[in-house]
Write a protein that binds this ligand. Structure first.
Ligand code: FE2
Ligand code: FE2
Length: 279
């Protein structure tokens, strides 16, 4: 079967061709990365609660779009988790997720006041666009790197969703009545969001997904170590064209030319940073 590179919105786990799963084509470092990604995606309901607070008095259409977005992100977690359970029968999404939830809660999820930690709705949407740019290029890279047909299909479906999410938040950004932010402010927020990728979320998800509870005593969690291991597993799938696409999407959000000198420089810097992080 040829797996189409573009999938439509509104798929379910039943649409995935699970019977094509080929255990001989599972690549261990890709499996480790997929397990970690499943936990982060599955954590979406907390982001929905937070975003609904940011848009507390927004129109019902915006709130419905946020709910739908959260359902799709959680489904990404279930799809990746189910694939990981097929590839590694010792892995249990529910168990790994319970450990992840116990040890990781970002500060802005525990805050109960309305408003964005980015200072404005526009700021929040810029940060969301950065995340969706990252996930859209990451799943495109996994789709292109995977020799296992079911993972290729799931990653293709997810990448298409993430690109739509980017468009949703980009349109929401531009629909805000708030005054536009300066280029430097937008860049500051975007770079800030990229830097947050250094926080515990990915490193701890990688740990909970790949170190069993029995191994915890002999392999205690260390942010630096697991951040590096998570970085290595992710970096292995990227090709320069995926990073280029990511940078073009982010550049568009901050209001610079996606094909100009700024995008080229940012692309080179990001490639260097990702390579250094995973070295
Ligand atoms: Fe997602
Ligand atoms: Fe997304």
């Amino acid at each position: 079967m040829t797996v189409a590179s573009v999938y439509k919105q509104g798929w379910t786990l039943d649409d995935v061709h699970w019977s094509l799963f080929d255990p001989s084509k599972v690549e261990p470092s890709l499996l480790a990365a997929v397990k970690a990604a499943a936990l982060v995606e599955y954590n979406a309901p907390d982001y929905v609660t937070y975003l609904k607070r940011v848009f507390a008095d927004a129109d019902p259409r915006t709130l419905a779009a946020i709910e739908q977005w959260g359902r799709e992100e959680a489904q990404h977690g279930r799809a990746l988790g189910r694939w990981a359970e097929l590839a590694d029968p010792r892995f249990r999404l529910a168990d790994a997720f319970a450990r992840f939830r116990k040890g990781y809660t970002p500060a802005h999820f525990t805050c109960t006041t309305n408003g964005s930690v980015r200072g404005s709705r526009r700021g929040e949407m810029i940060a969301r666009c950065v995340v969706e740019s990252g996930t859209s290029s990451y799943y495109s890279a996994i789709r292109d790197a995977s020799e296992e047909p079911v993972l290729e299909e799931i990653a293709g479906r997810i990448a298409a969703d993430e690109y739509r999410h980017y468009k949703l938040f980009y349109d929401t950004l531009n629909a805000q009545a708030e005054p536009d932010l300066s280029f430097w402010k937008k860049l500051w927020i975007a770079v800030g969001r990229v830097r947050e990728s250094d926080d515990d979320e990915l490193a701890y998800a990688f740990y909970c997904a790949n170190v069993s509870p029995e191994e915890e005593a002999s392999k205690p969690y260390d942010r630096k170590t697991y951040s590096r291991l998570a970085g290595q597993a992710s970096m292995a799938v990227y090709r320069p064209r995926h990073i280029q696409k990511l940078v073009q999407m982010v550049t568009k959000v901050v209001g610079a030319n996606p094909h100009g000198w700024f995008a080229n420089m940012a692309g080179a810097l990001l490639w260097w940073r990702l390579s250094a992080k995973s070295a």
